[in-house]
Design a protein around this ligand. Sequence first.
Ligand SMILES: NC(=O)c1ccc[n+]([C@@H]2O[C@H](COP(=O)([O-])OP(=O)(O)OC[C@H]3O[C@@H](n4cnc5c(N)ncnc54)[C@H](OP(=O)(O)O)[C@@H]3O)[C@@H](O)[C@H]2O)c1
Length: 259
Amino acid sequence: MEKYVLITGACINTGVAMVERFAKEGINVVFTGRSIEKVHGAENEYRRKFPDVKIYGYHIDSLIDERTVDEKSVCKMFNDIDEKGIFIETVVLNAADQGLGIKSFENPLTDFMRVINTNMVWNYCISEYAAKRMKENGGGNIIFINSNTAYRAIPDRIAYSASKGGQLGMMRAMALDWGKYNIRVNAVLPGMIKTDRWEKNPEFYNNVPSRFTPIGDVAVGEDVADAVWYFAAHARNTTGAELVVDGGNTIQLYPIINN
Ligand SMILES: NC(=O)c1ccc[n+]([C@@H]2O[C@H](COP(=O)([O-])OP(=O)(O)OC[C@H]3O[C@@H](n4cnc5c(N)ncnc54)[C@H](OP(=O)(O)O)[C@@H]3O)[C@@H](O)[C@H]2O)c1
């Protein structure tokens, strides 16, 4: 069986940096996105850039509706992966519902459910399908792209913070239960990352986040990909661990503002 990494939500932003990092290291890649057009576009572009590795995209959404995770799509994707003779040795759970614009006292409860269902239940579902195969193939590793908001709250993101905090509990419990199968489970906790959202609000992003960060700048996708690669390729004896990639933001008692 050929070894692959599976990276969710990898048509845009941080997911792209991770696909490119693994491909540059010569690792074959399976990735997901929600739109068939975006997945085909990304697949063509990745194959053009990295002709020496095999790259397959799947279009898959986490949910049937806000209350219901689409387990059938996950099952179908893994069946297809099995038929291709692919073994997913590493899973990177990058896709997330950002839970933006959910206001207490205004939004319906189903908005909260949607975020928890995607960021926790769907991620558990993918992890379990992958771990079953890792168990049969001598082990593997699972890496959550979490967030420093698991520890430090930001306004109007209760569902997102709850989902990221819950992910860390889930990560440790998986690490405990699946360690005996040589499956390692770890989390990368980025602070702010430069994404396409940066260009939409340059005044805020260029001024505020970097000035409040001890190192003087926020992360780019490649910084997160480096941390993921560490867990995937080097951290043979590390499981249930968290690696913060936020330029020192969460170590502060209060932010030092550099003039
Ligand atoms: N950006 C930041 O500043 C920041 C900070 C801390 C942590 N993080 C974490 O880092 C990771 C990547 O962040 P990012 O900003 O690069 O993410 P992003 O631009 O918001 O992209 C996330 C990906 O998730 C996919 N996705 C969203 N909802 C989904 C759903 N319901 N079902 C399936 N896929 C879904 C999207 O798919 P489509 O392409 O189909 O839309 C997209 O590819 C996330 O886990 C995020 O929580 C980000």
